[in-house]
Design a protein around this ligand. Structure first.
Ligand code: ATP
Length: 366
């Protein structure tokens, strides 16, 4: 059942052909996943793609319709949630407002009958871990949003779980605090080496925090890879479009190194398997790989061979850290992002040459 190269002993968690149906609706379709020990994995995808359902299955809050789930090699598919060694933080945090911070953090220890002094000591250790050594006796209502977040994380770590599950825990925070917490939490996770799953629809959050990203859409895994792999080598048009921004150009395959798009022939790096000449496909190229050239001294456009299109500058947006140029090449609009110092000497309405380097043109199947 295991795919080649899978090292079961090193997988903290594995899912095999996990399917979840709600009535006629398939929320997850035969998901296979292997999460290595000690890593942070992000489930990333648009609203309704099945991220939360997947997390709830792993947590035992929901049972799969079919398939198996293993934690450290042990089949836990039929094990109730409270028997699984998991720590969980949800968007709502679900802190107990009538208890102090320390009582919140050590709540699970109280349920398990640990003595008061021990609970107090452990709560203090955990609060130091999340960099809040001085708030043990405060009430939850006296804490800021970021502090509550840290309390929820400390509480979830109290039982030293094998697996840490986080469902959009930072989404209620304002943008700046959220970015700070992302970095802080990533550093904590690295320090503890705890296997973690984070559900998010925020690709920047996933790229910041994940060792490995699982991109989901429509209940199916689209791609699994490091943030950079997913960005640089998207498996399909959905991933290319969802992660970062991408120019997506409809095309027809000519041969193993060329495609035809909007009346132009483009040189491309490589074709995915199974795309024969004549097949419909699309080319994905990141805006930062698209180069725009001003006309040469005599008013002509530089000839850079296959991969260079003639166009007109439709719009230029200077957002400070980069300059975004939108170029119309016939009915095709391309975007190019360049650092301010590399901005070509062109203005709106100017004719330009747009260079699409073959190495940056990824052909994606339908
Ligand atoms: P969001 O980011 O909006 O929370 P999500 O990716 O987490 O989305 P899920 O909550 O996993 O999505 O839901 C996936 C799909 O399954 C949705 O279409 C949802 O309506 C459906 N679904 C989830 N739970 C149930 C349920 N108990 N009964 C019926 N349908 C459900």
């Amino acid at each position: 059942v295991y795919s080649e190269g899978t090292d079961l002993a090193n997988d903290a968690l594995s899912l095999e052909a996990v399917t979840k149906r709600f009535g006629d609706f398939t929320a997850l379709a035969s998901v296979d996943l292997h999460l290595p020990r000690g890593e942070m994995t992000c489930f990333l995808g648009p609203s309704g793609c099945g991220k939360t359902t997947l997390l709830r299955l792993i947590a035992g809050l929901e049972a799969p319709t079919s398939g198996r789930i293993r934690l450290s090699g042990q089949d836990i598919t039929d094990q109730p949630a409270h028997k699984r060694q998991l720590g969980m933080v949800f968007q709502s945090l679900a802190l107990f407002p009538h208890l102090s911070v320390a009582e919140n953090v050590s709540y699970a220890l109280r349920v398990r009958g640990h003595a008061k002094a021990e609970r107090r000591q452990k709560a203090q250790q955990l609060l130091e871990l999340v960099q809040m050594p001085d708030v043990a006796d405060r009430h939850i209502s006296q804490l800021s949003g970021g502090q509550r977040q840290r309390v929820a994380i400390a509480r979830a770590l109290a039982l030293e779980p094998d697996l840490f599950l986080l469902d959009e825990p930072l989404s209620a925070l304002d943008a700046k605090l959220r970015e700070e917490m992302q970095v802080e939490f990533k550093l904590l996770q690295q320090r503890l080496g705890i296997t973690t799953i984070l559900v998010t629809h925020d690709q920047r959050e996933a790229m910041t925090m994940a060792d490995r990203v699982v991109v989901l859409n429509g209940g199916e895994v689209q791609q699994v890879g490091t943030p950079l792999e997913i960005y640089r080598r998207p498996a399909n048009a959905f991933v290319a479009d969802f992660i970062g921004t991408s120019n997506l150009i409809d095309c027809e395959v000519v041969d193993s190194h060329h495609v035809r798009a909007h009346g132009h022939t483009l040189a491309v790096a490589e074709l995915p398997d199974g795309l024969a000449p004549g097949a419909a496909a699309s080319v994905s190229i990141r805006p930062e790989d698209v180069r725009v050239h001003a006309p040469t001294g005599d008013g002509g456009l530089p000839d850079r061979g296959a991969g260079c299109l003639d166009g007109t500058v439709a719009f230029i947006r200077d957002v400070g850290q980069s300059v975004e140029l939108y170029i119309d090449c016939g009915d095709l609009r391309l975007s190019s992002h360049v650092p301010p110092r590399d901005k070509p000497d062109v203005g709106q309405g100017d004719r330009v040459a747009v260079e699409l380097p073959a190495a940056a043109c990824r052909v994606l199947g339908p």
